[in-house]
Each structure stands twice: as C-alpha cells, then as structure tokens.
Design a protein around this ligand. Structure first.
Ligand SMILES: *Cc1c(COP(=O)(O)O)cnc(C)c1O
Length: 399
C-alpha cells in the first residue's frame, strides 16, 4: 500500500484522538526509523521516552523472542520464574524495598493513588473518605478518568466528568504553595521531577528537596512520577538524583520495556506498600513472565551499555548545538540529559510547521503545546548523529 492509502484507511476507521504527522513507519533500529517508502528518519521523540534503549534493541529483542516461546502469561494466581528476578533486580537498581508491577503508566499512577489512600486511612488515621492528594498544575499523569480529573489541561478534561474527588492542585515549582496546601488529611504529593508533557518544565533548583522535607515533616508520601524522566532519560537513572533525594514512591513505565511491551511499576518503601492485602488490587497482565523477562533485559542494557552517562553527555552536546543556531525564532532551550525542550517565540507561529519541516529533512519530533518542540532521541545517540541532526535543525530555524 501507498502512504496515502494507509493514512486514509487509518482516518476512516480509527478514533480521532491523535493528530500524528503523516509518516507511516514500518521499521526501526537504534535512533533510526524507516517509513513504508524506505525513507530514513532520526527518531527524536522515542515514543515519548519509551524507546530510551533505541528501536528494536537486539538484546531485548532476543529476550522477547526467547521468553515468548517458553511462557507468556501465568496470571498472578500462580507464580512464574521471571517475576522474582525482576523484583529483585529493579529494587536493587533503584534502591527500593517493594515493587508492584502493572502495564501502562496510568495504571501505575492509579495504583499509587489507591495505595497511599489506604495507607492514609490505615496508618495515618485519616477519617474514611477524607484523604487528599496534592498534585501540580500542568501535570501529566495519564488518561484515566481519575487522572484527567486532576489535570489542569482543558482538552484532557472537558466532557469527561464527573471526576474523582480528593485532589488539590498547586502551582508547579512552588514549595510554599505545597506547604500551604498540606492539611492533616494529606496523604501524598504526586509530582513529575520535570514536567515532560507540559513542555520540559524544570522546577527551580531545590524544589524537590524542599518538597521532600515538607513531606517528611508532615508524614506525607512523596510520589515521583518518573514514567518519562526515569531510566536514564535525564542523564541519571532517576531524575530525583539531580536533587539528591529519594522519593517514598517512584512510578516507572515507558522505557521499562524498551518499547517492546507495556510494563510499568510502582516502587515503594515497605511501610506504604505493605498496606495492600491479597485481593485488594491486581492486573491480569501485570507481572507476567514476558513483561518481567523483557523488563529485566531492558533495565540491564541501560546500565551495561552506559546509556545514562551517554544521555548526560549527549544531552549537553545536543543543547550546545541548538544554542549555536542563529535564529530569532527560538525563545528558550532547556533540558536535562536527553529530555530537551525548545520553546519558540510567538512570532514563530506555532511549533507544528517546524516539526513538519524537520520531518521533510528526516527528523521526527513532536510539538508539545503550541509552541514547544521536545527533542528526546534514544539514549544510544552518538556525536555524529547529533552533528547530522544539528545541520538539519539549523536549516529549519535559520532559514
Ligand atoms: C506517559 C506518561 C504517563 C502515562 O503513561 P501511559 O503508559 O501512557 O498510561 C504518566 N506519567 C507521565 C509523566 C508520562 O509521561
């Protein structure tokens, strides 16, 4: 089939909940993807950071193939020989006590919400039905009704109510606002270390440290949503390391499988996770042997192949390259590691058209909001790759 036919068919039968660039991909390797006409592109989105390890990483692929010939799903009614090893390895790697495996990121967020509420009633003694969770403006935590209910983005919420009560929204990056919002009924503060979907918003230095201290002082669980920032993306295993803190709960997803399979996880202290009893929470696919085997290899290659250090160095190099572009169109370049946001000036007339021009030159990236382009290539990107990208990005912005 031709590109136009794929697009027409997809548009005819599919729900219109996305507005993709008109590129139809059929193959990927490392930082590169190819469309159905054989044209090559550099992937500078990495499936919203699910492809940190690069497309079709050979070791993860081998694990996937091997495991799917042995056992794919046991259900949690029985045990399987991958889950224990996955638990041990992810807990050791992230310095966590306990883990609860789910599938999508939104499910990890929902799981955390349930666990901290129960912890609040059982351990903190909050009256039934009164638990409050504090979240931030411009958050992105997924698409379930509960989660969009505490979003401040109108297009995510509008028309989907009624919503789950029990959430308070405070400005991001403002520790005083967090402090003022905490009450005796506050069970948790749920926050992204860097707001990716909001446009790669980095909070003021010291914010997470202050948030951690406020949570500790008030017996509030600090939940860091590292679904996008975690697993090497920002040049650290977890973005919390930039501020030298440890969350009470950490949410992982996306790159936890290197893009092969939906795998997410809630990592937690003993105290909080231990409130769950058999039958109180679960998932048919969560913790399945295929997911666990794939995730084990996906996290191993991040460490073995120095992807975290590479993200740190190449992120710096990428931003330096962007800053050398001679243009009036760019307002700000920001980021940590290979999570990079380029905010355009209002005169630029929106980010979408630049993404389309970049597509023409063989670079795939996506606007977030109207005027921000996120560059988040796989963490296996090299200096030569970035030099090539920069030549093309320069053509679009200095023209
Ligand atoms: C992508 C994302 C989610 C939701 O993950 P899904 O797998 O799409 O449900 C939650 N939080 C953050 C920070 C994300 O980037």
């Amino acid at each position: 089939m031709e590109t136009a036919e794929y697009i027409q068919m997809e548009n005819r039968y599919g729900a219109k909940n996305y507005n993709p660039l008109d590129v139809v991909l059929s193959r990927g390797k490392g930082v590169w993807v190819w469309d159905v006409d054989g044209k090559r592109y550099m992937d500078c989105l990495s499936a919203y950071s699910a492809i940190n390890q690069g497309h079709c990483h050979p070791k993860i692929q081998a694990t996937m193939v091997e495991q799917c010939q042995k056992l794919t799903l046991s259900s949690r009614a029985f045990r399987n020989d991958q889950i224990a090893l996955f638990y041990k390895e992810i807990c050791e790697m992230t310095n966590s006590h306990k883990v609860l495996p789910m599938n999508s990121g939104a499910e990890a967020v929902e799981t955390a919400i349930k666990v901290v509420r129960k912890w609040g009633y059982q351990t903190k003694g909050i009256p039934q039905g009164q638990a409050e969770i504090i979240v931030c403006e411009n958050n992105f935590h997924g698409r379930t009704v509960t989660i969009v209910g505490f979003s401040s983005d109108e297009s995510s919420r509008k028309g989907f109510g009624p919503f789950t009560p029990g959430f308070k929204v405070v400005p991001y990056g403002d520790a005083d606002a967090l402090e003022a919002a905490i009450t005796p009924n506050t069970v948790a503060f749920l926050v992204e270390p860097i707001q990716g979907e909001a446009g790669v918003i980095i909070p003021p230095e010291g914010y997470l440290k202050k948030a951690k201290a406020l949570c500790q002082k008030n017996n509030v669980v600090l939940i860091l949503d590292e679904i996008q920032t975690g697993l090497g993306r920002t040049g650290r295993l977890l973005a919390e390391e930039h501020e030298g803190i440890e969350a009470d709960m950490t949410l992982l997803g996306k790159a936890l499988s290197g893009g092969f399979y939906p795998v997410s996880a809630v990592l937690s202290s003993h105290e909080v996770m231990n409130v769950l009893q058999p039958g109180e929470h679960g998932s048919t696919f969560g913790g399945n042997p295929l997911a666990c085997a794939v995730a084990r290899t996906a996290i191993r290659v991040i460490a073995d192949e120095n992807m975290i250090e590479n993200a740190d160095k190449m992120g710096e190099y990428f931003r330096t390259g962007l800053k050398q572009i001679d243009t009036q169109l760019i307002k700000e370049i920001r980021g940590r590691g290979l999570l990079i946001g380029v905010e355009l000036n209002p005169e630029a007339g929106g980010a979408r058209k630049y993404c389309q021009q970049l597509e023409g030159l063989g670079i795939l990236c996506k606007e977030t909001h109207d005027n921000i382009i996120r560059f988040a290539p796989p963490l296996v990107i090299t200096r030569e790759d970035i030099d090539w990208a920069m030549e093309n990005i320069d053509k679009v912005f200095s023209a």
